[in-house]
Design a protein around this ligand. Structure first.
Ligand code: HPA
Length: 301
């Protein structure tokens, strides 16, 4: 931890972290950032010309404690478009407060990132969702019991009472669906319910979530999405259904299976992310030909 980590000024701390990443990027603009969820670390392989900055070298960054979450910021590029990848995120269940787990979003704001793609592993609450399905978040239900914007207001961070009527950009969702269709992937919309964890849910809790209107459940993403919106960034939420939620199928929910499902889905998830980065850079959509947009990692199943 840097000696300045006790500085109470969140913006100053975010600026210190951003300075290290800016230097590592060699001044390349970073219009897009991608947060990689459980089991999705290998998505960094999509990007060429990579510079890896371990979280331990970024001032004021916490460290990840969860298996399946590496702790690196990776700057890389696809066809000349640079992006910042956060390989590993922080969760409320690790014991951090919500301001700490969303600190990376403040850093992205200071870096001038315009679009953040949040990826996540989720349990399928809706009965037709199956492990391996990809969903595009259309909305969320914050059931953590607190809000990452709680605390002193600072106009440099954004509004005190930011609007949340379209957290996940409709424009980005439409683009993601178009690109998924070109890949032959059925990308359905889903409402994400965020619980604090770390225990998985009970079948009764899953029935409750279904009644509340949730389609998928997870323990991340929502705090980051709230902060990213306050910070004025456009958010795309893409989730992998790694398992059927408790009580939907007969099997228990296990973290190893969540990680394994993430690894298996990496090739297709990767193709979609690649296409999104290119679309965000204003590059016309690639065709469906098997030689284009190929994910360089061999399938692991
Ligand atoms: N519940 C909560 N979080 C999850 C799940 C789940 O079933 N699967 C992956 N993340």
């Amino acid at each position: 931890m840097s000696p300045s980590s006790s500085n109470p000024d969140l913006v100053a701390r975010a600026d210190e972290a951003a300075a290290v990443l800016r230097e590592a990027s060699g001044g390349r603009p970073l219009p897009v950032a991608i947060v990689l969820g459980s089991g999705l670390n290998a998505l960094v392989e999509l990007f060429g010309d990579r510079t890896v900055v371990p979280y331990s070298r970024i001032p004021n960054f916490p460290t990840t404690t969860v298996q399946g979450h590496a702790g690196n910021a990776v700057i890389g590029s696809i066809n000349g478009t640079s992006a910042l990848l956060l390989q590993g995120r922080f969760h409320y269940y690790e014991g951090y407060d919500l301001r700490t787990i969303t600190f990376p979003m403040r850093v992205l704001q200071r870096l001038g990132v315009q679009t953040v793609i949040l990826t996540a592993a989720t349990g399928g609450v809706r009965v037709d969702l199956r492990p391996g399905n990809l969903v595009c978040l259309s909305d969320h239900i914050n059931l953590i019991g607190s809000n990452p914007l709680r605390g002193p207001a600072d106009p440099r961070l954004g509004e005190r009472f930011p609007d949340m009527s379209e957290v996940y950009s409709k424009r980005l969702r439409n683009t993601a669906k178009e690109e998924a269709k070109r890949l032959g992937v059925n990308l359905v919309s889903a409402v994400y319910a965020c619980l604090p964890g770390p225990s998985y849910e009970t079948p009764a809790e899953i029935r409750m979530l279904r009644t509340l209107g949730a389609d998928v459940v997870g323990m991340s993403t929502v705090p980051e999405a709230i902060v990213a919106r306050q910070a004025g960034m456009d958010v795309l939420g893409m989730a992998l259904v790694t398992n059927t939620a408790a009580g939907v199928g007969a099997a228990p929910v296990r973290h190893e299976d969540v990680l394994e499902a993430g690894r298996k889905a990496t090739p297709v998830f990767g193709k979609l992310i690649r296409r999104m980065v290119l679309r965000l850079a204003g590059v016309a959509s690639e065709g469906t030909g098997s030689s284009s947009g190929e994910f360089p990692i061999a399938r692991q199943d």
